[in-house]
Design a protein around this ligand. Structure first.
Ligand code: GDP
Length: 344
């Protein structure tokens, strides 16, 4: 992830630094603005006065060569390139605003050495992104805390929901935890068979009803099944598209009312950028989500959704989907993200 953004960021930061390096200091640098004591020319020999002024001038010039201080106006002009780069890489506008404000606080009107500019911008950017990304909680530990632990997965069709459910079932197996899957997408043709295929490969039981059946009833049956067999987790698949958005959300609310999931996870594909962020926000506003799985990070060169979705929803990304195999589920690690942006 971030292949594209990393390269662009490096160039943009270097570009901004070069522009700043060439810029003469317009304001007196801190420490130099102290007015010299008023001299009394009538008592000073002309030669001595000339020497003093010349010395003062040289010191000021030297400081201007090594130090710089940016006004807000300079900053806004210089950082247009960075804003554009973030926008091109699918970073949400409200997140760009936060990054800009944080950078402004760190950089504007603060004198710093010209040779440290690049480092200063990188530091400010790293701090800002670090604040935007939330630390994930441990899903496996959560599952261990209650039996059966019920997880409902939400998201738009094609986003990788079914695959991610199978990956989570596999992850639980790796941690010696059993699960049952509920085929609560009774709307989309072939969705039940798709989940059953994963179930057969992973040897995980899938609870199904016929197409058109009440999705909440399927979830209810899966929970009853888990209770009767001491299964650790219930993983509920849900529909991703209905006739209208309102219908879909009403159906999701009913599943939540009946199944009372311990965790509601939004699954979205990272490659659609801002659309994934908007979808996560819509599900969060309608039913309230607890966490996010972002899929297809392996084919997303931009990475803006990963940088934006937590700030917009206030919920952490738990995992990134990084491929089509069951093991391709990577725990979200913000230090790794900052590293892949070249800001480590
Ligand atoms: P659903 O409609 O949301 O249930 O989506 P699916 O689970 O059926 O996934 C849609 C497609 O995306 C399938 O071809 C998956 O193999 C693929 N897919 C899911 N997750 C990932 C991922 O992390 N990386 C890649 N490259 N493909 C993925």
């Amino acid at each position: 992830m971030f292949g594209f953004l990393k390269k662009k960021l490096k160039n943009v930061i270097a570009g901004i630094s070069n522009k700043i390096k060439k810029k003469p200091a317009e304001k007196p640098i801190e420490g130099t603005e102290k007015p010299e004591k008023p001299e009394k020319p009538e008592r000073l020999p002309a030669e001595e006065k000339f020497e003093k002024e010349e010395r003062k001038g040289i010191i000021q010039k030297l400081k201007e060569l090594v130090m710089v201080k940016l006004s807000e106006e300079d900053f806004n002009k210089l950082f247009e390139d960075l804003e554009l780069t973030l926008m091109e890489n699918n970073v949400a506008l409200q997140v760009i605003d936060v990054i800009k404000e944080n950078l402004k606080k760190d950089i504007v009107d603060k004198p710093f050495k010209k040779k440290e500019i690049e480092l200063k911008i990188k530091d400010a950017l790293r701090n800002s992104i670090d604040k935007l990304l939330l630390e994930p909680f441990d899903l496996v530990e959560k599952v261990r805390s209650k039996k059966p632990f019920v997880v409902a997965f939400f998201g738009i069709n094609g986003g990788g929901k079914t695959t991610s459910i199978a990956k989570v079932a596999y992850l639980l197996q790796q941690n010696k935890l059993s699960s049952v899957m509920a085929a609560s997408d009774t709307f989309r043709a072939a969705s039940i068979e798709q989940l059953e295929k994963h179930g057969a490969k992973l040897r995980v039981k899938v609870i199904r009803h016929r197409y058109g059946a009440d999705p909440a009833a399927v979830a209810f049956d899966a929970i009853a099944y888990a209770k009767s067999r001491a299964i650790d987790a219930v993983l509920i698949d849900t529909a991703g598209r209905m006739h209208t958005q309102a219908n879909l959300m009403r159906e999701m609310e009913k599943i939540c009312r009946v199944a009372k999931p311990d965790l509601r996870i939004f699954v979205g594909e990272s490659i659609v950028g801002n659309d994934a962020v908007e979808q996560a926000k819509a599900f969060n506003d309608a039913i309230g989500i607890d966490a996010i799985i972002l899929t297809k990070a392996d084919v997303d060169e931009k990475g803006g959704a990963a940088m934006s979705v937590s700030h917009v929803t206030g919920k952490p990304i738990l995992y990134l989907g990084i491929g089509q195999h069951y093991g391709d589920l990577e725990k979200f690690n913000k230090h790794k993200i900052i590293g892949s942006l070249g800001l480590e």
